[in-house]
Design a protein around this ligand. Structure first.
Ligand code: PLP
Length: 407
């Protein structure tokens, strides 16, 4: 092969038309392509822009290319990008400390915790599953999760995911995962009575299945029955965490103390990083050699996370989410064709009637707004926590027009 010519060719090729076919088809055909982001907007190559009210699925919570995060990544990239986890770096321990402090700030009867870093939400969930199994011992290998839940696509996380459509093609999945209906505390108690359950895993708002908050009474009962049976309670805060729902962690609305908290998405502002926090007596079940990852917690990823957390604390991200969430909710509720608006803070599910959500989302994109259809009648919105009132007005106008056009 003429490798020089190959390099010339790859430099000259137009990505969307020339090489797109080299990507596996698991996301379907991409709707659009963007070359730049700034704040709440994404820009196409031709300079046109769209309002991003999905934030890369609840990832860019500070908006695109937040200056202090960009600066931290660029500076760190010039200094040191990677060492193995045989060595510490200057950012990772600080991020772990800050996460522990943020969890402690919203947790009653807090026990100090420790953090394991990985590269995604699914990996952070895998670490939680393995840690729970390690801590509880060989007899207790089962888990309980809630129907509709989404916990990721790797095999452990997929097994925890309680959405048949996502798993059927990959059966048999990991054994020991039981799914119960939200609110069915009797079913949970029955399973716990076997003495074989290591942990119950919940999202306090089910994001991927349409932004469906769990009932507070149910979450509190779960904490009680798991405590009584020394079963661990794992909170999946991958989508809800780090300010998005109006608190540093959404579990705080239920006034409970979890044993393990799983995080990712917003933590790196777009740079991939996942984190699994556990209270110390649980975290200490992992001993050297039990679990690992080459990249997890490397200097570059944790530089991004450190800058993200500092910025979020400085701007008081949870308060922003609460205030702007309330404005956005009011605007959405005024739109004709919107039946209900659910969620908390800036994680919002809009139930539309008389129109198809995927068609509304397509028309919204044509009008200059990114939202995400879930199923036939739900539209998910997760704008940046830095969103302005003007942007909220613009988004509600575009969505309203899209619903009108679709009906
Ligand atoms: C609640 C929840 N858990 C886990 C995951 C998996 O995260 P990732 O896609 O980073 O693996 C997601 C992703 O959407 C999520 O919403």
């Amino acid at each position: 092969m003429d490798y020089k010519r190959l390099l010339e060719e790859v430099k000259g090729v137009e990505a969307m038309s020339g090489t797109i076919d080299y990507l596996m088809a698991n996301y379907g055909l991409p709707r659009d392509a963007f070359v730049q982001g700034e704040g709440s907007y994404l820009f196409r190559e031709d300079g046109s822009r769209v309002l991003d009210f999905l934030s890369g699925i609840a990832v860019t919570s500070l908006g695109h290319s937040y200056p202090s995060v960009v600066n931290a990544i660029a500076t760190q990239a010039q200094k040191l990008m990677h060492t193995s986890n045989f060595f510490a770096n200057e950012n990772g321990p600080k991020v772990a400390f800050l996460l522990d402090q943020l969890i402690s700030s919203v947790t009653p009867t807090h026990e100090r915790g420790k953090v394991f870093f990985s590269n995604s939400g699914a990996e952070a969930m895998e670490a939680a599953i393995k840690l729970a199994r390690r801590r509880q011992g060989f007899g207790r290998y089962q888990f309980i999760t809630i129907n509709g839940a989404f916990h990721g696509r790797t095999f452990g996380a997929l097994s925890a995911t309680a959405q048949p459509g996502k798993k059927e093609a990959f059966e048999p999945v990991v054994p020991g995962f039981n799914h119960v209906d939200a609110g069915d505390i009797e079913a949970v108690s029955r399973l716990l009575s076997t003495g074989e359950v290591a942990a119950v895993i919940i999202e306090s708002i089910q994001g991927e299945s349409g932004v469906r908050p769990l009932d507070s009474g149910f979450v509190r009962s779960l904490r009680e029955v798991t405590k009584d049976s020394e079963t661990l309670l794992i909170l999946d805060e991958v989508q809800t965490g780090l300010g998005r729902c109006g608190s540093w962690f959404d579990f705080s609305f239920h006034d409970i103390a979890p044993d393990i908290v799983v995080m990712a998405k917003a933590l790196g502002s777009g740079f991939p990083i996942g984190a699994t926090w556990a209270r110390r007596s649980v975290a200490d079940a992992f001993i050297a050699g039990d679990h690992g990852t080459t990249y997890g917690g490397n200097p570059l990823a944790t530089a991004s996370a450190l800058a993200t957390l500092i910025a979020m604390i400085e701007i008081d991200a949870p308060t922003k989410a609460r205030e702007m969430g309330s404005e956005l909710t009011k605007g959405l509720e005024r739109i004709d064709g919107v039946e209900t608006v659910r969620g908390r803070g800036l994680l919002i599910g809009v139930e539309v009637s008389g129109v198809e959500a995927p068609i509304v989302a397509r028309l919204a994109l044509e009008g200059g707004l990114i939202v995400n259809p879930i199923g036939g009648s739900t539209i998910r919105l997760a704008p940046p926590l830095t969103v302005s009132l003007e942007e909220i007005e613009e988004a509600t106008r575009i969505l309203s027009d899209a619903i009108k056009l679709a009906s």
